[in-house]
Design a protein around this ligand. Sequence first.
Ligand SMILES: [Zn+2]
Ligand SMILES: [Zn+2]
Length: 350
Amino acid sequence: MEPQSLLTLTPHGLYAPAADIHIDPLRPVARALVTHGHADHARAGHGAVLATAETLAIMAARYGPSFATRTQSLPLGEVLRVGELDVSLHPAGHVLGSAQVRLAPSGSGPRAVVSGDYKRQQDPTCAAFELVPCDMFVTEATFGLPVFRHPPTETEIRKLLTSLASFPERTHLVGAYALGKAQRVVAHLREAGYDKPIYLHGALTRLCALYEDFGVDLGPLEAVGRRGKELAGEIVLCPPGQLADRWSRRFGDVVTALASGWMRIRARVRQRGVNVPLTISDHADWDDLRATIRETGATDIWVTHGAEDALVHWCTQNGLQARPLHLLGYGDTGEVEDPIDTANDASSAA
Ligand SMILES: [Zn+2]
Ligand SMILES: [Zn+2]
């Protein structure tokens, strides 16, 4: 069996024929394996969905309990026979419940790993990325350009706390996506010793509660509710789209921050009028993408999501077979960390 025969593309997305299952399908299918809960990977309307318990809970919270006809949870590291393949899920370090998918025929034979979205940086809110050796690796490339190098998260969090100390009379409004980023910003603030209540826009409360249900301690959280100027000197988290929205005027003179990998780009910072850019990303940066591809040992690389061509070029220069998947439909839901396209953040994050 050739590695390439493990996976193929259909109009619905990535498909493993020997297991008769789609991975993160873009349209409703009979059998889906879902890597994580972001809306571009986890869609409603499939027949059967196989995923981690956390991902299934996130999908139920977003789409309602009947988001699929049947669901089955697969714990990380456990092997399940699906058709002719052994399927297992391994931590992707991206958001709560996020998993890479390993596919291989029983016994010997080629192994394929579909990364979903992943990062190598420390994140107190989810299991750390696990390196899974394979022959064929399907990688994301959201930040697949040399300009993207994510600084240590502690440095970014310190910027926010320094600003808070300098402007204690102003509310610090931090834009962060509802699934993953918001909880991570809170958890890193706690690691840095910030123990006051952190206030949440209504679009963020439900998923924060879900994280806590799964044992992630976020410390004291409060909904903003009707409060405004009385939150001077406090940290308020909201979806990125709300930073410049009418909603934010209630706080008076604010300091705005935005947690996103795109904050590396000065033009983006200016465009958004962000006072404190926080380069905090839930995706691998250029260095980590390349390191991960090398460390898997894979010789066949499929690249999806974002800057595919630059990473494909790097792969071929380094003697690896690589192809861009050009799959439309990923990253267009306001969760790709692109602060330019966040007009419907609040709704897509709900
Ligand atoms: Zn994602
Ligand atoms: Zn994605």
